[in-house]
Design a protein around this ligand. Structure first.
Ligand code: FES
Ligand SMILES: [Fe+2]
Length: 375
């Protein structure tokens, strides 16, 4: 018989210092029960980015999203209030809003035609005369807790997370100098599917530039590697590096990676990456134990036609880095499943971010297990 969830969790020892620490053990990356526990403890319990405020500026605008396996709809009501709901019809559970995005006065369920307002209220039921003990006012779409920071719409599925500002902690003051809302505009999106557990991607992101000279030759040609810094906060990690290019640097990378590299990870799965006038966000979504999606949203300070080519060039540079990361992440996932591997050690100079990630994850999973014991 295999190990219990409790045994798998206890393979990780959170009380060692970074100098003596091991990574979280391999079964955390492929055991279905750990993935189920994470869905509850990490993704339903935390604030999760569901979309962007620029998608729902006008009353009636909406988009749908999947957060931790839950179908959601985010809509700005006629009253101007932004709300999130489970996109689940109160009649027989069909998705009331099948479209990815749009603008509507009402939502009409495509199954039997019940209508809801953009504020979630149930407005009408087809052929429902004679039904007793049914209170229309009690049968609106079920709301989901929502809050907004900068251009990012967050939701908290279980309603129990600390207030968003508290959850974000230092992330807000750390990003203040970037002037996200004032200086940067959304430009384009890319979605990548990887054959690895979501945590492999986060680990890769949080290795303090350790892999950059080996896996990203072009990016490495502009990063001032010795002066790369890693700072841990309660629930976020900031990696930052001066940039320096010379005539041996990759030209496209040097042209689009200027100023200072700023890489902020916010637990558990959201990252903000910026250079002068350039930003992208990464949202990492688990799609199974060995599959995840990463959504890249690209922002630039200048969206004028004159800068279109440079903005496209910046995205191409990012895509190359992402291709390189995907190959590594897929390889790591295969290795984690090998009988040859259980866990690894961490570089003190580089991998403090991973150490923080593993601690936070361990704390959330063990707390959830204590609340609802599973075998
Ligand atoms: S499931 Fe929506 S109207 Fe029947
Ligand atoms: Fe990378």
């Amino acid at each position: 018989m295999g190990q219990s969830v409790r045994e798998i969790l206890s393979l990780y020892n959170p009380s060692t210092s970074l100098e003596r620490a091991w990574t979280i053990p391999a079964p955390w990356y492929f055991d279905e029960r750990i993935a189920a526990l994470e869905r509850d403890a990490v993704f339903a319990g935390a604030w999760q980015v569901a979309g962007r405020a620029d998608q729902v500026r006008v009353p009636g605008q909406f988009f749908t999203a999947d957060v931790a396996g839950e179908p959601l709809v985010v809509a700005r009501g006629e009253d101007g209030v932004l709300r999130a709901f489970f996109n689940v019809c109160r009649h027989h559970a069909a998705a009331v809003v099948p479209e990815a995005r749009g603008c509507a006065k009402n939502f009409r369920c495509p199954y039997h035609g019940w209508t809801y307002g953009t504020d979630g209220a149930l407005k009408g039921m087809v052929e429902f005369e004679g039904v007793r003990d049914f209170d229309r006012a009690q049968n609106g779409l079920i709301p989901v807790r929502l809050d907004v920071w900068e251009n990012f719409i967050f939701v908290n599925l279980d309603g129990r997370a600390a207030p968003l500002a508290e959850f974000l902690g230092q992330a807000a003051p750390l990003t203040a100098p970037l002037e996200l809302s004032q200086s940067l505009r959304f430009f384009d999106r890319r979605v990548y599917t990887l054959n690895c557990n979501w945590k492999v991607y986060i680990d890769n992101y949080l290795d303090g530039g350790y892999h950059v000279p080996h896996a990203h030759k072009d990016l490495s040609s502009v990063i001032d590697y010795p002066n790369y810094t890693i700072e841990n906060y309660e629930r976020c990690c900031l990696q930052s590096s001066p940039l320096a290019s010379d005539n041996s640097s990759d030209a496209a990378t040097a042209a689009t990676r200027q100023g200072r590299a700023f890489y902020l990870w916010i637990y558990p799965n959201f990252m903000i990456n910026s250079y002068a006038g350039v930003m992208d966000t990464n949202l990492v979504l688990p799609l199974g134990v060995n599959k995840c999606a990463v959504i890249f949203d690209y922002y630039f300070s200048d969206l004028s036609p004159a800068t279109e080519a440079r903005n496209r060039q910046s995205i191409a540079v990012s895509e190359k880095v992402q291709d390189e990361d995907m190959a590594i992440c897929d390889s790591v996932q295969r290795g984690l499943a090998s009988r040859a591997y259980l866990a690894g050690r961490l570089s003190v100079r580089r991998e403090a971010g991973e150490y923080l990630f593993h601690h936070l994850l361990h704390a959330d999973l063990t707390a959830a297990l204590a609340r609802s014991p599973v075998p």
